[in-house]
Design a protein around this ligand. Sequence first.
Ligand code: GCU
Length: 244
Amino acid sequence: MAHSSPEPPDRSTGSAARNTRRPRHRPDTGPAIRIREEKRPMKRRRTRILALAATALAVLAGIVYVQGPAEAATTRYEAENATISQGVVESNHLGFSGTGFVDYNNVAGSFVQFTVTAGSSGPQSLAFRYANGSTANRPMDIAVNGTVVSAGLAFNPTTDWDTWATVTINATLNAGSNTVRATATGAAGGPNLDRLRVSIPTDTVRPTPPGQPVCSNIMDTSLTLTWGASTDNVGVVAYDIFHD
Ligand code: GCU
């Protein structure tokens, strides 16, 4: 596939589909690479630049970014197996998974804390399955490794205590062990919490187009190429540079 303009790849067939790495990098500033020309190819070629990494290429014609693809890996953590503060494990309603769910005490500060293992650092989808048979929101602060990543996340009514819904956020996890804590912020406490599902986020938002590349340090056989970085809600893992 050849791109000559900064359009995002088609995730199903484009360059993202060729990249099996998960999204993990969000450069704050534009990459800078050193280019060394070995020969002048006749047909158009593509060079993949991992974010902030360098490789060889010839004459520049265009640049696109690469989004990381979704991976299937999903892990479920049952609330009844997590660390519970000011809550009890119950099984007196229908439809929960595992052996029960956590009934938060009706008090602010009650929490459930999961220990979550991630294979590598990067964004993850955190999906909380809950029931709220009351008529009011039961907001909770979501903290990852002690830092609140979503304050007052809404856990709105689900009609009754047998009806479960899922609230999902994206958050960055470290490689290895992480804590994910859901703390009730209102006097009514949290909802009934069934489980946390952790998976690679579905990436539906396109990164911003990268900036126009600029050449500098032009020598006989090399030059330096810089461009404005793409930004993305999930992450940019690489850039494809097309050249003649
Ligand atoms: C009811 C319900 C509980 C729920 C509680 C609450 O008692 O049976 O499962 O946790 O309301 O308001 O939190």
